[in-house]
Design a protein around this ligand. Structure first.
Ligand SMILES: [Zn+2]
Length: 93
């Protein structure tokens, strides 16, 4: 273990979260999963965002995983939809 990390999704990209989520879930498991620690990259959205209907979206979303799985997942997402590059903040551990 020890390589856990996360990438936050920018607040102005919240509308793209379903797309990002779909893209990540459609990736093969070996792409989503770290070969060293088996940590799987997943998109998590904070509670109030999920329960929000209408109005201005607020809350937080991030992709959790580890160094390796996040790199692989982001690379694949950007290959599929380069425009989403602006949605991701830099990776932090
Ligand atoms: Zn790992």
């Amino acid at each position: 273990m020890g390589c856990r990390a996360q990438i936050n999704i920018r607040g102005d990209c919240l509308a793209n979260i379903p797309t990002i989520q779909r893209l990540i879930e459609s990736l093969p498991k070996e792409v989503r999963t770290c070969s060293k620690c088996q940590e799987e990259a997943i998109v998590q959205v904070s509670e109030h965002l999920l329960h929000q209907d209408g109005g201005i979206p607020f809350g937080e979303a991030a992709i959790f995983g580890c160094d390796e799985s996040l790199d692989k997942v982001i690379e694949s997402v950007l290959r599929a939809q380069p425009a989403l590059g602006d949605c991701f903040e830099s990776k932090k551990s």
